[in-house]
Design a protein around this ligand. Structure first.
Ligand code: M6R
Length: 360
């Protein structure tokens, strides 16, 4: 059942190259670079988008917001479902709600759908489980096709959510005629390159994660930092570490560090930074210098061509622009996995957690 892996989580992390390939199958036309999402053909391009989700799916939604704005020019908000349901949001006919859920059974996300429908908004579901409540209750549904996810810690489902959010932003941008040229030219080839590149990289990533977790196993708390698309990934890295290794971790927008968390930095409080070589790289680099000036130890996920002088640089393979996230995410997952396994925790069934949160 575990396919020779020690845990379902590890198996599911290693399935991600296949998950990306399945998300793309039949959905991109290599020659024209066009995205084919028949599920959304009946839908107009949203004028305003509210993404509603919980946990890891919420982090995927936050990540998707950047592409919806940048590639499709859609004003987008991302809402924690348990907050949205008790607010009085300005939401009505003409608005689109995108509900993201692996299980399709999360009570708060379903309540968000009910609220949206009651107010006349259109609901698109992005979910993994076919026939689930989200799939049934949404007006339109896009399936992430990641296959059953058994481990409580969500890994491959998030990868598939990011892949579909990328395709949706591309499709909306193409239909509106606002897709930036760079994305129009490079995104589809970049996506197609991912499965093989990630497949080749995963064993080495696991090895690096094993080494690093032994160095940092004494830490009682971690600060995860990222900017732009790497801010939601920082939140996700921290969530993964918390939920399976029980080490406290906080994800923060790197630029917010100086507004409080910097006070915590000392040699016993390590920082896990996300520092791909993008337009925000110089900014992240200077944040890391601030950490070092206070004696903080740093693990930094980066890419070839970087020049970070930190305790533990961790190079992930090159990928075009935002697609770097597909290389960074498994490294975060593997670090949490190896840490939890090293500390002898119950990786697939962490205490106090359920796979589907069907109560509020
Ligand atoms: O099934 P959903 O995507 O709606 O689940 C949402 C969260 O409960 C879920 O992502 C949770 O945070 C995971 N345990 C994270 O690994």
């Amino acid at each position: 059942q575990k396919g020779g892996y020690k845990h379902f989580m590890l198996k599911e992390i290693f399935e991600q190259p296949r998950v990306i390939a399945d998300c793309l199958a039949g959905r991109v036309d290599r020659n024209s670079g066009r995205v084919i999402l028949p599920e959304l053909e009946a839908a107009e391009v949203p004028e305003r988008l509210f993404i509603v989700a919980c946990g890891t799916s919420y982090h995927a939604g936050l990540w998707g917001m950047y592409l919806m704005e940048q590639w499709a020019g859609i004003p987008t908000r991302v809402e924690i479902a348990s907050e949205l349901r008790y607010r009085d949001p300005i939401l009505g006919p003409g608005d689109t709600v995108l509900a993201i859920s692996q299980s399709g059974e999360t009570a708060d996300t379903l309540a968000g759908i009910h609220l949206a429908k009651a107010r006349g908004a259109r609901v698109i579901g992005l979910c993994n489980v076919v026939g689930s409540s989200v799939a049934r209750e949404a007006d339109l549904v896009v399936h992430t096709q990641a296959g059953p996810e058994i481990s409580v810690a969500s890994t491959k489902a998030m990868c598939s959510q990011l892949a579909l959010l990328t395709l949706m932003a591309l499709a909306f941008g193409q239909r509106k005629g606002v897709l930036p040229e760079d994305a129009a030219k490079n995104c589809v080839p970049g996506l197609e390159h991912l499965p093989a590149a990630l497949d080749a990289a995963l064993p080495g990533m696991r090895q690096r994660a094993r080494e690093l977790c032994r160095v940092y196993a004494e830490a009682r708390s971690f600060l995860y930092l990222g900017r732009g698309l790497c801010f939601p990934l920082a939140l996700e890295g921290a969530l993964k570490l918390k939920e399976i290794s029980y080490i406290h971790a906080e994800g923060y927008a790197a630029g917010e560090m100086k507004h409080g968390p910097i006070a915590l930095i000392d040699p016993k409080f390590p920082t896990f930074a996300l520092a791909p070589i993008d337009s925000l790289y110089p900014k992240v680099k200077s944040n890391l210098q601030e950490v070092q000036a206070r004696g903080g130890k740093i693990i930094a996920l980066t890419q070839p061509g970087g020049d970070l002088d930190v305790d533990h640089p961790w190079e992930t393979p090159a990928a075009w622009g935002p697609l770097a996230s597909f290389m960074l995410l498994p490294a975060l997952q593997l670090f949490a996995y190896e840490m939890a396994d090293y500390l002898g925790k119950d990786v697939d069934q962490p205490r106090n957690l359920a796979k589907s949160v069907t109560v509020e």
